[in-house]
Structure formats: structure tokens, C-alpha cells
Design a protein around this ligand. Structure first.
Ligand SMILES: Cc1ncc(COP(=O)(O)O)c(C=O)c1O
Length: 470
């Protein structure tokens, strides 16, 4: 019998975590088991997932933002199927394919006039890597400036422009540069005045903290960049393609970046894709001679499936009025959550732009709730929000995440297609979970039980291993 992927999935579904434990990342498997996230999802549509028992979930994380227009959008799926059915020659490499030209044209049409050249790659971090390399080539300078608390990806170049010691630990020397606190213009000017920085990289709305910069700050960053011959890179990997209610987040701040790095939402959540969009003169500094025509490239960068998915996604963003939906649903979500503040002192605030939302928790001022907070917080700074995220999933079937900052923040990146009923589902669930949050034993016991089960599984695995070895 020939290869049958449907059969293979039907035969092996349920082995997910064992396979990953054995062949992929067992540490991640342990974490998922401990927090009770070891579910087997079988289907996705719009803002929902269904597990292998048929139970429905509300996806408030949207695959870290890739599922912006909703999971399994039929227009994007149709475009991918059509491309497959056409038997187009994909990645001939020694040609210029039509679809990548068309997507580049469509992207340039959606960015300000001065951004008119596109480089395609496969992931957010690759778009950032390209931005850094192109900035070096265009300026002849080596160093980069980034802001504390930003997130730019985990390959070596991108990691060099991220803080986060826990992500850097063990990976050796990175690119030279400086970290500046958001708002500290004086420090920024001191660094830029050395005139050795190729670029300043910034997320206009940082995806992990979702903290708006001080008024006028980003405009001042751009002004200083211009004054000292430094390029401005806006990292739009998380915020691009409608996430903040505009096509790109820099539009909220009236910026004119020299380079933008984009990815995530561009393929409708189907296939890896990324695009770096920049000024033509920056681009030309890289591909500046015939013998340098390949000097920065990636084999899969302009592949037909990604390009078709990108074109289809842009059309869904236009036809589905998706930017307006992102702005309106995001605002309704923030308002709904903030409406709970009077009932829960532990809820500091919800904030965001469009469908990029953070919920920040805080230490209550006294009583059993403060005792609970202090006890949990003393164990780990992200444990309290984790004890909110866990019952949101186990009791309410809602997927959320604690962000990798050191602040007690839960991040939401729902698909723009969430409905008013979904928002009510989330707000009611959060209300119920926060009402019980001072009773630490509940979620702590749940976590302990999960950890114990994971450990027992590990032991029986070890025994099975011994048996095999004997
Ligand atoms: C702002 C930003 N830049 C870069 C990246 C890296 O993208 P990727 O995970 O696709 O490499 C991310 C990922 O979350 C991001 O949020």
C-alpha cells in the first residue's frame, strides 16, 4: 500500500508526547505535563481548537500570533491547494518565479513609499538576521542598539539584540552592541553619538510586555538615528499584518523606518514565511555587484506555497475588514477585562493595541490574597500567573500563556475573528479563576499531581529502558 498520511495520523494519534519525549524536546514535554497542557489537539477552525475527545477550546494565543486571520482559513487553504494542483515548478532557483514577484509587489503597495524592496525568508528570526546584515552592509558599521525587554528571535544575530540572560546563557559571544532602557533618550544619544551603530532595532509595541512607549519616544529615536547616520529597524514580526489594528505597528507612531522585519501572520498560519522590507538603497548595498547576487539568500525563501499563502492572506486581510476587527475586538477584550478590576485587586490592568493584549497581575494589599500572592511569588516570579493560566485551560478550555518577561503577565494574541461571545467566554472565565486565585492549594495541587504523574511516567520509561537493555 502507498503512503497514506490520513491513515498514519489516525493510527498514531495520541502518541504525540511520547514521540516528542523520545525524539524531540523532553524538557518541553515535562513542562506541558506539569502545567496540564499535554492535550492532543485534533482540529482547528477560526478561533477554536478541538481535542481528540471532541472538546472545544478557545485559542487566545493564536499560535503566538501566526493564526491572526483564524485557523484554517478556507481562502488561504484554497490558494495552497490550487498551487499544488497546478504542479508549478517550485524553487527552480535559477529563475525569477511569478508568485514571489507578485507578493513583493503586494507588500510594497501596503508599506509607505520609501520602503520598496523585499527580501523573503522563512521565520521571524531570519527576517531580523537579514535586517542586521543589510544594515551593516549599508552603513559599514558593526554595532547594534536594542531596547531592554524586547524580543527579536533566538538565532545568534537576533539573540545579540535581545536582553534576557536566560536565553543567552551557554551560547557564547554575540554581536557587539548596547542595550538601552525604553525612554532613556540620554543614554541612546550617548551611544549613537559614537557613530559606530549600524542600526537601532525596536518593537514599537513589545510583544511580551505589551507596554506602550512614553509619548513621543519613538519619534525621538528616529530623529536621533537620522542625526547620527544610524538606520532604524522596526521589528514587526509579531505586530505586522493587522495585529495592533493597523497594517504595521509603526503606523501608530508616525515612523518612517528604514527596514521592517515581518513574518508570523503573513501565511495565515500555514507555512513558514518572512519578509524583510526596506529602502532600495539599503538593499542595493548588499547586492551591489554581479558576483554578489546570492550574497544573502535562503533556499526556501521564495517558495510557492509561502508566496501563495501570503497573497491569499493579504486578500483576506482586505476583504474581511480584518484590521478593523483586530482593533475593535482587541478594545472590547481590554475593556471587558478591565471591567473586572473592581472585583479583583490582583488584576492590575489589561492593556494593548488591537489583538495584542497583556494582562498584568499585582500583589494584593492585604489579607488572604496577599498571603497567597507572597507565598507563590516567593517560589518563582512567573508562578502566580501560571496558576491562572492553568485553570483557564483545565476548567474553561482557554489557551493563554505567561510571557517570558520577569513580570506577572499573561499574554493574549487571539485571532482577529473572535466574536463578542468568545470575549464574554474569556472574561467570565478569568473572573471565576481570579475569584479562586487566593486559594492556592487548588492549582498548586493540580500542578503537583501533574508533576508526580510526569515523574512516574519517567520512572516507568526508565524501567522499560532497563528491560530493553537487559
Ligand atoms: C517581535 C519578534 N521578533 C522576532 C521573533 C522571532 O520569530 P521566529 O520565532 O519566527 O523566529 C519573534 C517571535 O516571537 C517576535 O515576537
Amino acid at each position: 500500500m502507498g503512503f497514506d498520511i490520513t491513515r498514519l495520523i489516525a493510527d498514531r494519534v495520541g502518541e504525540n508526547y511520547e514521540l516528542h519525549e523520545k525524539y524531540v524536546n523532553p524538557t518541553l514535554v515535562d513542562v506541558f505535563r506539569t502545567i496540564g497542557f499535554d492535550r492532543v489537539y485534533a482540529r482547528g477552525e477560526g478561533a477554536y481548537l478541538w481535542d481528540d475527545t471532541g472538546a472545544q477550546y478557545l485559542d487566545m494565543l493564536g499560535g503566538f500570533g501566526v493564526a491572526a486571520i483564524g485557523r484554517n482559513n478556507p481562502v488561504v487553504a484554497g490558494a495552497i491547494r490550487d498551487v499544488l494542483d497546478m504542479d508549478l515548478p517550485n524553487m527552480v532557483q535559477m529563475d525569477c518565479a511569478l508568485l514571489s514577484g507578485l507578493l513583493a509587489e503586494a507588500l510594497v503597495e501596503r508599506t509607505p513609499d520609501h520602503l520598496d524592496a523585499v527580501y523573503f525568508c522563512n521565520s521571524g528570526t531570519e527576517a531580523v538576521e537579514a535586517s542586521l546584515k543589510f544594515a551593516r552592509a549599508a552603513t559599514g558599521r558593526d554595532r547594534f542598539v536594542h531596547f531592554r525587554g524586547g524580543w527579536h528571535g533566538l538565532t545568534l544575530g537576533s539573540l545579540s539584540v535581545m536582553g534576557g540572560d536566560e536565553f543567552r546563557e551557554g551560547f557564547g559571544h554575540l554581536l557587539p552592541g548596547d542595550e538601552v532602557a525604553v525612554g532613556d533618550l540620554e543614554h541612546l544619544e550617548r551611544v549613537l553619538a559614537r557613530e559606530d551603530a549600524a542600526a537601532v532595532i525596536v518593537e514599537c509595541l513589545p510583544g511580551h510586555s505589551v507596554t506602550l512607549p512614553p509619548d513621543g519616544f519613538l519619534g525621538d529615536v528616529q530623529r536621533l538615528c537620522r542625526a547620527y547616520g544610524t538606520l532604524l529597524i522596526c521589528d514587526e514580526v509579531a505586530t505586522g499584518y493587522g495585529r495592533t489594528g493597523t497594517m504595521f505597528a509603526f503606523e501608530h507612531f508616525g515612523l518612517e523606518p528604514d527596514i521592517i522585519a515581518t513574518s508570523k501572520a503573513l501565511s495565515g498560519g500555514y507555512v513558514p514565511v518572512a519578509a524583510m522590507i526596506c529602502r532600495r538603497e539599503v538593499y542595493s548595498a548588499v547586492f551591489n555587484r554581479l558576483d554578489r547576487c546570492w550574497v544573502h539568500s535562503s533556499s526556501f525563501g521564495r517558495n510557492n506555497l509561502a508566496m501563495a499563502a501570503g497573497l491569499a492572506t493579504l486578500s483576506v486581510l482586505d476583504d474581511g475588514d480584518m484590521l478593523r476587527r483586530s482593533a475593535e475586538q482587541g478594545r472590547a477584550l481590554v475593556d471587558g477585562i478591565n471591567g473586572l478590576r473592581g472585583r479583583h485587586e490582583v488584576l492590575k490592568e489589561a492593556r494593548g493595541l488591537g489583538c495584542l493584549v497583556a494582562i498584568e497581575l499585582q500583589q494584593p494589599s492585604g489579607g488572604a490574597k496577599k498571603v497567597a500572592w507572597d507565598a507563590v511569588h516567593a517560589m518563582h516570579e512567573s508562578l502566580f500567573p501560571q496558576l491562572v493560566v492553568m485553570p483557564l485551560l483545565s476548567r474553561h478550555h482557554i489557551i493563554t500563556q505567561v510571557t517570558g518577561t520577569h513580570d506577572p503577565i499573561i499574554r493574549l494574541m487571539p485571532p482577529f475573528v473572535i466574536s463578542a461571545d468568545d470575549i464574554r467566554w474569556f472574561v467570565d472565565a478569568l473572573d471565576e479563576v481570579l475569584s479562586r486565585s487566593h486559594r492556592i492549594p487548588g492549582p498548586m495541587i493540580e500542578m503537583g499531581r501533574n508533576a508526580m504523574k510526569a515523574r512516574l511516567r519517567g520512572r516507568s520509561r526508565a524501567r522499560a529502558g532497563e528491560a530493553v537493555a537487559q
